[in-house]
Design a protein around this ligand. Structure first.
Ligand SMILES: [Fe+2]
Length: 197
């Protein structure tokens, strides 16, 4: 008899109520918000408008830490191995595709650090397209598959643990995103560098 998938964590912040896949879906929402900001920055570059490199660096850091290290880290270290233990193949299967897309995303984030605006814009376009499609596949295919397996409704237990650093907190990440959002009064510095003091 198969043992239930256990994706437990040692502490339960208020936002982590629910199943592991629900937590990951919530993190996807935050990542999609950041992608919208990044996409606007890329469109600015493509249109020949100046982009605040500091703000771009901040977004690169967001995708490198919250989206990759923390979110993809949970998937790679906990969800995917748990699914594999329940018979979902890695090689030639959905998990292998997801892992390959994580790697492609890392390469695109690295490319965003290039000095040449055109190459940065190309990397941003590739990354936003890749990650949106990737999130859709996880939300619509992979997570429903995981939810059909004996996934626990509870997140309590002993091990393994989710990353619990501040960087892994989607509420904090969303709040930081809001600070640079052009929708926030006075918060458009990312896309309007020329108006900065
Ligand atoms: Fe994901």
């Amino acid at each position: 008899m198969k043992t239930p998938i256990s994706l437990t964590h040692t502490e339960q912040p208020h936002h982590e109520a629910g199943t592991p896949t629900n937590m990951l879906r919530h993190e996807h929402e935050v990542i999609l918000r950041a992608l919208a900001l990044l996409e606007r920055m890329g469109q600015g570059l493509e249109g020949g408008r100046p982009v605040d490199r500091k703000a771009l660096g901040w977004l690169r850091d967001f995708f490198g830490t919250f989206a990759d290290k923390c979110h993809h880290g949970k998937e790679e270290q906990h969800l995917f191995p748990a699914m594999e233990r329940h018979g979902v193949p890695r090689e030639g299967g959905p998990l292998g595709v997801m892992l390959q897309e994580h790697e492609e995303g890392r390469a695109r984030v690295r490319a965003m650090g290039h000095d040449d605006d055109r190459q940065v814009a190309e990397a941003i376009r590739g990354y936003t397209t890749l990650l949106r499609a990737h999130i859709d596949k996880e939300n619509e295919v992979l997570f429903p598959l995981a939810e059909e397996l004996p996934v626990p409704a509870s997140t309590s237990g002993s091990s393994p643990s989710w990353p619990s650093s501040k960087q892994a907190d989607p509420v904090r990440a969303a709040s930081l995103l809001w600070r640079i959002s052009p929708a926030r009064p006075g918060g458009a510095f990312v896309f309007a560098r020329s108006r900065l003091p």
